[in-house]
Design a protein. Structure first.
Length: 258
């Protein structure tokens, strides 16, 4: 009987332990700013600089960043720095998984970077610099950039987004651009300065931003990525169809919201 009572007390203790709840404040972070500059070169490649500001609440040992490479021909090794207000520091590229290093893993469609840098409730700016290959395609009648500048691999919302495309010439009279992503974004085409700027207050998690731009082939005259056929009429027709669909969505949302 004593043995049975002992077993009952043991089971009761386990049951109460399983039922006990503890309030634990989970670590989290916010992406405060997301700034991307893409400098297009005459040869159709591009120098890319991304500055991402994280506001960490709690302990973290690093961050991930995945560069979407679909539709282009790869990327160079990245140079990654961080700045927590005490000056920028360049991280070392290797597979050691040690603090202040970057591990790079490549696939056909992405370059995945795991940045090891321990933080504790602070604001940190990570800067990624590398070259992208084959960003531009030169057709017979137009040059084209069609690429997801922000892929859909983010698990967190992004805030205060600015994406800038700088072309190697100014006064590009036939520069046209379209941005595919949330309907609230804004795209400004500056033909005089050869620049396209896309801004967005917020990008929800797991959504992407795609930039589609056409311009004269003379802008990227040294480009070796050439397709011997015309494409401009097809591109304009496709973008017209997408614009009509987006406008219909805006109208439906306006009616729904009232």
């Amino acid at each position: 009987m004593k043995k049975l009572v002992g077993l009952l007390f043991a089971f009761l203790a386990i049951f109460l332990a399983l039922q006990t709840t503890t309030d634990v404040k989970a670590d989290k972070f916010t992406v405060k700013n997301y700034d991307v500059t893409v400098d297009i070169k005459k040869d159709g490649n591009a120098d890319l600089t991304q500055k991402i500001v994280y506001d960490f609440q709690g302990d973290y040992h690093g961050v991930y960043y995945n560069q979407d490479l679909k539709g282009i021909k790869g990327a160079s090794d990245p140079v990654v720095t961080y700045n927590n207000g005490a000056g920028a520091k360049t991280l070392v590229n290797n597979d050691s998984n040690q603090n202040d290093t970057v591990k790079v893993t490549r696939t056909d469609n992405s370059m995945d970077m795991k940045v090891y840098h321990a933080v504790d409730s602070e604001m940190v700016t990570y800067t990624y610099k590398y070259q992208l290959y084959g960003v531009i395609t030169n057709y017979l009648d137009t040059a084209e950039l069609n690429w997801k500048i922000i892929g859909n691999g983010w698990d967190n919302d992004l805030n205060n987004i600015k994406l800038t495309l700088n072309f190697p010439e100014k006064n590009i009279t036939q520069l046209q651009a379209w941005t595919h992503g949330p309907l609230a974004g804004h795209t400004e085409v500056d033909k005089k300065n050869g620049q396209v700027v896309m801004t967005l207050d917020e990008l929800p998690a797991n959504q992407s931003v795609e930039s589609h731009v056409i311009f004269p082939t003379t802008v990227t005259a040294d480009n070796k990525n050439v397709v011997n056929k015309k494409a401009k009429a097809r591109i304009l027709a496709a973008e017209k169809s997408k614009a009509e669909a987006a406008n219909a969505r805006r109208q439906r949302e306006k009616i729904f919201i009232g």
